[in-house]
Design a protein around this ligand. Structure first.
Ligand SMILES: [Zn+2]
Ligand SMILES: [Zn+2]
Length: 347
């Protein structure tokens, strides 16, 4: 049996073409994919042919943020039934290694992560009409939850993990550099976690406007108003917790410069390949904790629950849901930060 998939062959070479569907196993769930979010990593694969250090070496089906409807279940599947709606957890750690046993599954060396060129052969992703997934990775949502909302479970997991890496946020002054979808989701999570003040920075006005709308106390364009962040940081004697969600060294620099003594800086954005300049003496003199946050661990269930119960409202972050036949224009729109936040592909 075949279905149709979005396949990246190399930089700016995306084809919508038939692919062999995976066979059905006893524990398989056949998901009719309905919505899949385009992530920064998908954009890098499509526009650059690589994502940081991961280079496309064979055709890659992108997509690791997707949701759909159960169309069939294997003989031994017990939790799901035909017609259920599910968010697919793209992360399959081995479950046995030291990191998995320590509850740090995101660090598993044998991790299988959908839609990624980190391994060869690549792990094919979910931008296709039909996706066969293990029952354990298909997390049910309410039957009336929009697929476009359920498809936020993965990026929301990333944001929840970043927040858990930061430690307690209640009463703290928080800076988020980078107002992309992950920065915005971190804002929503930090607000729920009780942050006192939350300031968002970016170099594009439109996503900053969204940040204000969803609860940022201030949103600063550091390109057009370079002094404002410095003034704001000075008024607080430095931020206590900073999420670097932009993934570039200018933002990292402003994160360190804006950090108060003893601050925690969480690196969430993926920095470009190669050496990155770091203000090491600021980190030293202020005893900064520079922590990284990579994907997520067991936050996926909590993310689904938060979406299911409406605890986190992701609707303001969804710019458009575009049919897969028009995937290339969806990628174009997703890259245009003045016009879009999260763009999803629908099937
Ligand atoms: Zn992603
Ligand atoms: Zn493992």
């Amino acid at each position: 049996m075949t279905d149709t998939a979005c396949v990246i062959y190399g930089a700016r070479d995306l084809r919508f073409e038939p692919r062999q569907s995976a066979p059905m196993g006893d524990l398989s769930v056949k998901v009719r994919v309905r919505a899949g979010g385009i992530c920064g990593s998908d954009l890098h694969y499509y526009f650059d042919g690589r994502n940081g250090d991961y280079v496309i070496r064979e055709p890659l089906i992108p997509g690791h943020e997707f949701a759909g409807e159960v169309e069939a279940v294997g003989a031994r599947v017990s939790r799901l039934r035909v017609g259920d709606r599910v968010a697919v957890n793209p992360s399959s750690p081995c479950g046995r290694c030291r990191y998995c046993r320590q509850g740090r599954e995101n660090l598993c060396r044998r991790m299988v992560f959908l839609g990624s060129a980190s391994k060869f052969p690549h792990i094919q992703g979910g931008f296709r009409e039909v996706f066969m997934v293990d029952e354990a990775n298909a997390v049910p949502v309410r039957r009336d939850l929009p697929f476009t909302t359920a498809a936020f479970a993965e990026p929301l997991s990333v944001a929840l993990h970043a927040v858990s890496r930061a430690g307690a946020l209640f009463g703290r002054n928080v800076l988020i550099t980078g107002a992309g979808p992950i920065g915005q989701l971190v804002l929503l999570c930090a607000r729920r976690a009780g942050a006192a003040r939350i300031v968002m920075t970016d170099i594009v006005d439109q996503p900053l406007e969204t940040a204000r709308r969803i609860g940022a106390d201030a949103a600063i364009n550091v390109a057009t108003h370079p002094g404002d962040l410095k003034d704001y940081a000075a008024s607080l004697d430095g931020f206590e917790t900073i999420f670097e969600c932009a993934g570039n060294h200018h933002a990292l620099r402003s994160a360190f410069e804006s950090a108060g003594p003893g601050a925690v800086v969480v690196q969430v954005g993926i920095l470009p390949a190669g050496d990155i300049p770091v203000l090491a003496n600021i980190a030293m003199g202020r005893e900064l904790d520079w922590r990284s946050s990579f994907r997520f661990c067991d936050e996926f269930g909590a993310a689904v629950d938060a979406l299911d119960r409406g605890l986190i409202d992701v609707a303001p972050l969804l710019t458009a849901a575009i049919p897969a036949t028009d995937a290339a224009s969806a990628f174009d729109l997703a890259r245009d930060r003045a016009r879009s936040l999260k763009v999803q592909i629908t099937f």
